[in-house]
Design a protein around this ligand. Sequence first.
Ligand code: ZN
Length: 356
Amino acid sequence: MAEDNKRAAAARRQRIQLLKKCIILTVVMVILLPIALCFILLERIQSMDKTLDSLFVQVETLKNIVTEQEERLKELEVDSVTVGEGSARAGDEEPEPSEQDRIPLQNVVSGEEVSGEEESSEAGQPDTDHDLPEDTEPEASAAHKVYLTFDDGPSKYTDDILDILDKYGVKATFFVVGKDSDFAREAMQEIVNRGHTLGMHSYTHKYSEIYNSLEDFAEDYEKIHDYVYEVTGVESTVYRFPGGSSNSVSDIDMQEFADYLDTQGVRFFDWNISSGDAGGKLLSVETLVKNCTKDIERFETSVILMHDAASKSTTVEALPTIIENILALEDTVILPITEDTELVQHIQRREKVPGD
Ligand code: ZN
């Protein structure tokens, strides 16, 4: 009897033990599981937080890129329109010398004028292996050689300009900037295909970047050089400084940049005749024609500055008359800039001779 009681008591104790274990396990589960879940969720939240952060950063970066592109687009569209020569430092736009500036410069440059007998070669056919189109023989002996140059393109007017040049059978020189678009690529290729000279006019056209240091200048130069080569296969060897070599924007001596171009085998060209279309005011066709043609007979070599920019509608309108008037001048030819073209530069180079 007593043994039965003992066994029953032992069995009860066992059941109680089991029950206790179950209760403890349940309690542990009830307490620990939510805590564990909390930890897992916390970790999830943290990692999502990080993802969110990086997404924010990406959005910000994209926003910046969009803003930059918009600014750049605006700048290229309005290039030079909104700027007179004086505002260039602030606005990063091109301070082409005004007409008043031009005359003394022209005199300086004209002092170095050389008879261009050595200018000889073939008509400017597109020649992607060779650097530049070449002059035709008969034109080499002309008393007055005129070089039409268009800066800041390509633009929506490039095609019109090319058609006008084709119509008169003359070749010109386009100093392009780095416009990274299918349209610009096609226009650059078209310039080359139609036998014109493709020159470089910096990639960004931003004075604050280009003229900040020699390193920055070299970087920008390489960018436009490689871009032109990548798009057209042309190894361009002519350059025009934004604002010209006589710009008053650069704190660094322009000779240093010119020396750098020497090391790249590149010659730079300024101008001795300005159409005047760089200013903010849209000039009339009559004024442009007069500016472009009135001094040609004074020079053996005339490099005329014009702009191929979206805002320069009257330059395109004036171009046919400009060409007609030039071709009507005695013993005068219109040529693309080639390796034989007499240099027209605003700054007097020290010791080193460009093109060496
Ligand atoms: Zn320019």
